[in-house]
Design a protein around this ligand. Sequence first.
Ligand code: UT7
Length: 331
Amino acid sequence: MEKITAAITGVNGYVPEFVLSNKVLETMVDTNDEWIVSRTGIKERRILKGKGMGSSDLAVPAVKGLLEKTNTKPEEIDFLICATVTPDYVFPATANIICDKIGAKNAFGYDLMAACSGFLYALVTGSKFIESGQHKKVIVVGVDKMSSIVDYTDRTTCVLFGDGCGAVMLEPSTDETGIKDSILRSDGSGAPYLHQKAGGSVNPPSHETIDAKQHFVFQEGQPVFKAAVKSMADVSAEIMEKNNLSGDDIAWLVPHQANKRIIDATARRMDVGLDKVMLNIERYGNTTSGTIPLCLWEWENQLKKGDNLILAAFGGGFTWGSIWVKWAYNS
Ligand code: UT7
């Protein structure tokens, strides 16, 4: 039987209107624009404002737009997978809430948590449902409302993160395009360097955990940086070697947007020029699960059928990985 491949047949994104600039952060914590730009590449990030607004409120406009762009009725969706570390609730899954809000009555859905590698893990998972032949239309969402878990008195983390969402449609490929290969890795010994201390079953919410500010992102930047530079570059080079791809064969590197210095190191290792690297960290910061699909959305018009893309990420867990995608359509 002929092997079925999953192709990305549409992409859409959504970022909230409110812009939090480095200049404004200077008035909130002891930081400055020069430090943030030179150490990370970030100039501003978007924040979802409004009481009672959660990650699904970022995802719904992104997914509704995706349905419109791909001429898809919500009832046609078989499966929706949502990568996030900031679900609307601990349970039920945000995927279920998104499906309800968009009217995807025939879909099942669940959330997947792999921090900044979440979208890659979800994309691979979604592609397997297509490859099985059982499902025809799968939506993969990467969304995070990082502002809900960021301590805006902690200068070491609050300058890094923003809110945003990207979503892609997966369908069976009818030609050589689609998700060609992937390498996903994880190492739980990295957990102490990047995590949220309370709110889970080990440290359930209590007055003490709130007083100790344990419901926010905790990061030891240096060890994460070192691991990210090595692992993201290694796994990107590995997928190229495995598939006999040279830097010249790659049309675009689509990297997770945590730090411009990590992205530059990955591009160097892959022998890919910076003109072929999708980079929007300057405007959105690190939106965790949202970064990679937001890049695809912003660059969609420049992508051509047959382009080789390498998607690469590193994040909390530790988790990391790379995916080789052969782009499936011209816009
Ligand atoms: O996306 C998930 C994975 N996460 C990552 O990939 C992030 C990886 N880590 C990083 O990107 C970097 O480590 C950071 C951007 C988080 C930090 O940059 P760094 O060059 O590693 O800085 P550092 O943590 O070593 O701090 C250097 C100095 C320290 O001051 P002292 O001890 O040298 O006096 C910090 O206190 O910079 C200070 N600092 C700041 N100064 C101004 C830390 N944050 C700030 C700030 N503004 N916002």
